[in-house]
Write a protein that binds this ligand. Structure first.
Ligand code: FES
Length: 84
C-alpha cells in the first residue's frame, strides 16, 4: 500500500487537505510541503490524489501509475520504443 511521501513522512490524505485548505496545485504543494522535491517517487501519487481525491494505492495501482508516468515522460521527451 502506498499512502504517503516517504521522504517527508506526509500522507497523501494530509497533502490533499493542505492543498484544499490553501488552494494549492501541484507546484504550490511541493513548494509548501517539500514532498516531491527529494526522490520524487511520490509525484505520480500526488498528481493522482489531487486529480481524484484518492489517497491510498495498492501495489497494482502503484505499478500502473509508475508505468503511466514513464510512458508520459517518454512521450514528452520524444523517446519512442521501436517494435522488434
Ligand atoms: S517519496 Fe516524496 S520526495 Fe521521496
Amino acid at each position: 500500500m502506498v499512502d504517503r511521501c516517504i521522504c517527508m513522512n506526509s500522507t497523501f490524505q494530509a497533502l490533499i487537505a493542505t492543498a484544499r485548505e490553501h488552494g494549492l496545485g501541484l507546484e504550490g504543494l511541493i513548494e509548501q510541503t517539500g514532498c516531491g522535491e527529494r526522490c520524487a517517487l511520490c509525484l505520480p501519487f500526488i498528481r493522482e490524489a489531487l486529480a481524484t481525491g484518492r489517497t491510498a494505492f495498492d501495489d497494482d495501482e502503484a505499478q500502473a501509475l509508475f508505468a503511466e508516468t514513464r510512458a508520459s515522460d517518454a512521450q514528452r521527451s520524444g523517446v519512442t520504443r521501436q517494435a522488434d
